[in-house]
Design a protein around this ligand. Structure first.
Ligand SMILES: Cc1cc2nc3c(=O)[nH]c(=O)nc-3n(C[C@H](O)[C@H](O)[C@H](O)COP(=O)(O)O)c2cc1C
Length: 181
């Protein structure tokens, strides 16, 4: 079955470590015949949730009309949603956190987005897997609430500078994750 995959990235660094893994992931799933919609949150106009709870009342997901409203229809239709991001200050970078916060719109409006598959690709500088807990744990709690099923997590420590990912098995792990979809 060909699947619709939404890939949401968090890095502003186009040639960075998470993008290298993202690109290997996308190339592999596209070669399998899946369709990818990529949303580079750090290159988009996207803010946080205003908690106005008027979601979908204007005909669009969010009454604050920014690029989340471009992404929302793709998420509604997706079979698979992939989050791929570096760790910033033991958490998500602000721009991708904006996307995650605004998944709230589907809950407020009673949209059934349960049953999707999902995955996490992340990396950080420090040589300690627990540094990625600030991304991994919210990912796991969020998908449990949304009733999504994780296909896998790629967690790569010890990458700081552009190109460091090539000294790890991160790209290979991203390809293996893609093979499972
Ligand atoms: C603002 C900022 C905050 C960061 N915070 C952390 C951190 O808390 N822990 C860590 O290990 N690395 C941290 N890093 C390092 C990045 O996670 C690391 O460089 C990663 O490889 C960047 O991925 P990218 O190349 O895909 O952007 C931070 C980097 C930046 C720019």
């Amino acid at each position: 079955m060909n699947k619709k995959i939404v890939v949401i990235t968090g890095s502003p660094r186009k040639n960075g470590n998470s993008f290298a893994m993202t690109e290997a992931f996308i190339k592999t799933v596209e070669a399998k015949g899946h369709t990818v919609t990529r949303f580079d949150a750090a290159m988009k106009n996207i803010g946080g949730c205003h908690a106005c709870t008027t979601c979908f009342k204007t005909g669009k997901a969010c009454s604050f009309d920014d690029d989340f409203n471009v992404l929302a229809p793709a998420i509604l239709e997706a079979d698979v949603v992939v989050f791929t991001t570096p760790v910033y200050w033991y958490s998500f970078p602000a721009q991708i956190k904006g996307v995650i916060d605004r998944l709230f719109s589907f809950c407020v409006a009673g949209k059934d987005i349960s049953g999707k598959e999902c995955a996490l690709i992340t990396c950080c500088e420090e040589d300690d897997l627990s540094v990625m807990d600030g991304v991994r744990i919210p990912y796991e709690r969020t998908i449990a609430l949304l009733k999504w099923k994780s296909v896998g997590e790629v967690l790569i420590p010890s990458v700081l500078n552009v190109g460091d990912i090539d000294k790890t098995n991160g790209v290979q792990k991203a390809i293996e994750l893609a093979e499972r979809i």
